[in-house]
Design a protein around this ligand. Structure first.
Ligand code: ATP
Ligand code: MG
Ligand code: FE
Length: 339
């Protein structure tokens, strides 16, 4: 079946179209430039941008896929978690489209969609697999027996998300927003061992993360340099910070695999686009005999294809469609795959 997925949980208006696990279109309109001068996403600005971009982005996706609107067999939409106003725009649009064509609608979890999107690139997910979900708002370790019906949280950040740490450190270094891509790029010219930043909760026996101490340590270190009137070695700070984040993420992800005797690890979410995370995960998985799956960077950050992918998986698994009273739930728990 042909599934059209709509994503509006943050600042990306994404519309993806899939047939089974085949990606046909992935159209995105981003309002990121409108938020840049505020140093973070402004909810009202994001909602308005979604409203303006929705219809044109659907048109673009249909053209890219070479299908007619009436060919769509089912609609999927991010029902949460995310910004309430932004989610409401996508949910309202998806209801209108589904109702007008008389086709089923699936309200899906944005985080499960970040995991499921890998099926478009590497085929069906092994059952079970372990998923490291690292994004702007979440950092979680999940045991995933079945992405359509059974996602279990084993650990999560107790303070900042990994992506949030990248964004905050970028702000300290005056690198703009979002911080992840810039730090990734700058770190390539820096020494990851130049500064020994703290690795929170490294050996605490849990599957939880903590990144706020690291963020504060970076800010203190940079302030001390500035106070001393010395130049800040930005590339070294970026590389050393990134190394600390990536070290903890991969160490804990592999611990979950080992403790649960699972041989497949998937990494998803915006931070999964990070080149150092991808490289270190590949090395450590190889050494541990764990198979690694990471979607290509464009599918890691928010997009509509991931929503279509999870919608398609729900259709295939025989899940019930959502009621047309489907709410947008800004704090939808990670274990609720669909509403
Ligand atoms: P959530 O999925 O938790 O609701 P979100 O949708 O805002 O949050 P994503 O789009 O999945 O988040 O990811 C955005 C985050 O990913 C930002 O914090 C950004 O800095 C980070 N990010 C993007 N590219 C990279 C990269 N190359 N390296 C590190 N971080 C990155
Ligand atoms: Mg974004
Ligand atoms: Fe996301």
């Amino acid at each position: 079946p042909l599934v059209l997925g709509i994503e509006t949980s943050c600042d990306e208006t994404g519309v993806g179209i899939v047939r089974g696990n085949t990606l046909l279109a992935d159209a995105i309109a981003s309002s990121v430039d409108q938020h840049a001068r505020f140093g973070g996403v402004v909810p009202e600005v994001a909602s308005r941008a979604h409203l303006e971009a929705m219809a044109p982005t659907v048109e673009r996706a249909l053209a890219e896929a070479g299908v007619a609107f009436t060919d769509v067999d089912a609609f999927a939409v991010t029902a949460g978690p995310g910004l309430p106003g932004a989610l409401m725009v996508g949910v309202a649009a998806a209801k209108a489209y589904a109702l007008s064509l008389g086709k089923p609608l699936y309200g899906v979890n944005h985080l499960a969609a970040h995991v499921c999107v890998d099926q478009l690139e590497h085929g069906p997910l092994p059952k079970p697999c372990v998923a490291l979900l690292v994004s702007g708002g979440h950092s979680s370790l999940l045991l995933v027996p079945d992405v359509a019906s059974d996602v279990r949280s084993l650990g999560a950040t107790v303070d900042d998300a990994a992506g949030e740490a990248f964004d905050k450190v970028a702000r300290v270094l005056d690198l703009g927003f979002p911080g992840g891509p810039v730090i990734d790029r700058l770190a390539r010219e820096g020494d990851p061992d130049a500064i020994a930043f703290p690795r929170g909760k490294y050996n605490d026996g849990t599957y939880d993360f903590s990144f706020s101490g690291l963020k504060t340590a970076v800010a203190r270190w940079v302030e001390a340099k500035e106070r001393a009137g010395e130049p800040v070695p930005v590339a070294d700070v970026a590389a050393s910070f990134q190394e600390a984040v990536v070290d903890v993420l991969t160490q804990k992800a592999l611990k979950v695999c080992k403790d649960n005797d699972v041989r497949d690890l998937l990494i998803g979410g915006g931070v999964a686009a990070n080149s150092r995370l991808r490289a270190m995960a590949a090395e450590r998985c190889e050494a541990a005999g764990v198979r690694l799956r990471v979607p290509r960077p464009k599918l890691c950050t928010d997009n509509g294809a991931m929503v279509a992918a999870l919608g398609s998986e729900l259709v295939a698994s025989g899940a019930s469609p959502s009621d047309l009273r489907l709410p947008a739930d800004s704090s939808l728990p990670i274990e609720t795959v669909n509403l």
